[in-house]
Design a protein around this ligand. Structure first.
Ligand code: ZN
Length: 229
C-alpha cells in the first residue's frame, strides 16, 4: 500500500527517525555516486552497469520489488553489532530526502520480504499514516522504506550527508590495503560528478562481530570491497 511521502516523513519524524540509510558494496556505491542517485537492482541491471549479486535478488524478483529503492531507518551495523550483509558502504541521508514531491510513492514494509511467504498484504506493508504511528518502531530492521514506481531511481538532491565505510583490515595479494582502495574508488566516483561527501571510517560498538565477518571469507571481502566486479 502506498502512503504519501509527506505522511511517511511526518510519522517517522515523530518516531525520532532523522536519518535514512542504504548499505551496498563498493562497486555498486560507486555507480550510485556517479548517478547521484540510489538505483534499484533492476535499474542497475537494465543499464548494464556493474552490480554485486545479492542473495535476496530472487526474492526481490518474485515479489516484483526489483525496481524499488530500499532504505533503512537505522544503521543496522551499529545497532546489531555485525556487518550489514548488503555491503560495507553505508549512505547516510537526512530524512529530508523523503520530504518533498518527486519522491514518488513510498511504501513501508512491516516484514522483510525474505519473510513474506504466506503473509497477507496487511502483514507485509504498513497501510497508512495511522498504522505507522501505531506500529512503526525505530530500530526494527524489518521495517524498510521503499521508493516504488519512482523509475527505480531516487536522486540524492543534497540530502546525502556522509558515507560510513567498514575497515576490513585486509590486504589484497599485492599488499594493497583494501580499505584505502575502497576510499580511492569512492572518491574517484565523486570527483567524476563534482560531489564531495565525507567518508568516515566505521567505529564499531564494543562486541561488534564484523571483524570476523570480514576476515573469515576472503572471497566475500574482495567481492564487497572491490571497485570492479
Ligand atoms: Zn562492526
Amino acid at each position: 500500500m502506498h502512503i504519501p511521502s509527506s505522511h511517511v516523513f511526518e510519522a517517522l519524524s515523530e518516531k525520532g527517525v532523522d536519518q535514512l540509510h542504504h548499505a551496498n558494496s563498493v562497486a555498486t556505491a560507486c555507480q550510485f555516486l556517479r548517478s547521484r542517485a540510489l538505483l534499484s537492482r533492476g535499474t542497475v541491471e537494465r543499464l548494464g552497469i556493474t552490480q554485486t549479486p545479492q542473495e535476496s535478488d530472487d526474492i526481490d524478483r518474485r515479489y516484483s520489488i526489483w525496481f524499488d529503492v530500499f532504505m533503512d531507518s537505522v544503521d543496522i551495523h551499529h545497532h546489531a553489532r555485525r556487518a550489514n550483509v548488503y555491503g560495507p558502504v553505508l549512505f547516510v541521508f537526512d530524512i529530508g530526502l523523503i520530504d518533498r514531491t518527486g519522491t514518488g510513492r513510498l511504501w513501508v514494509t512491516k516484514l522483510n520480504p525474505t519473510k513474506w511467504a504466506g503473509k497477507s498484504e496487511k502483514q507485509r506493508w504498513f497501510q497508512d499514516k495511522d498504522d505507522l504511528e501505531e506500529n512503526f518502531v525505530l530500530g526494527q530492521f524489518d521495517q524498510m522504506v521503499l521508493a516504488r514506481h519512482s523509475g527505480g531511481e531516487l536522486p540524492f538532491k543534497g540530502h546525502l550527508r556522509k558515507i560510513i565505510l567498514d575497515d576490513p583490515r585486509h590486504e589484497d595479494d599485492e599488499g594493497i590495503d583494501t580499505y584505502s582502495m575502497a576510499v580511492g574508488a569512492l572518491r574517484l566516483a565523486m570527483q567524476d560528478v563534482g560531489l564531495d561527501i565525507p567518508i568516515e571510517r566505521r567505529t564499531c560498538r564494543q562486541g561488534c562481530v564484523c571483524r570476523r565477518y570480514w576476515t573469515e571469507n576472503d572471497d566475500r571481502t574482495l567481492k564487497m570491497f572491490s571497485p570492479k566486479i
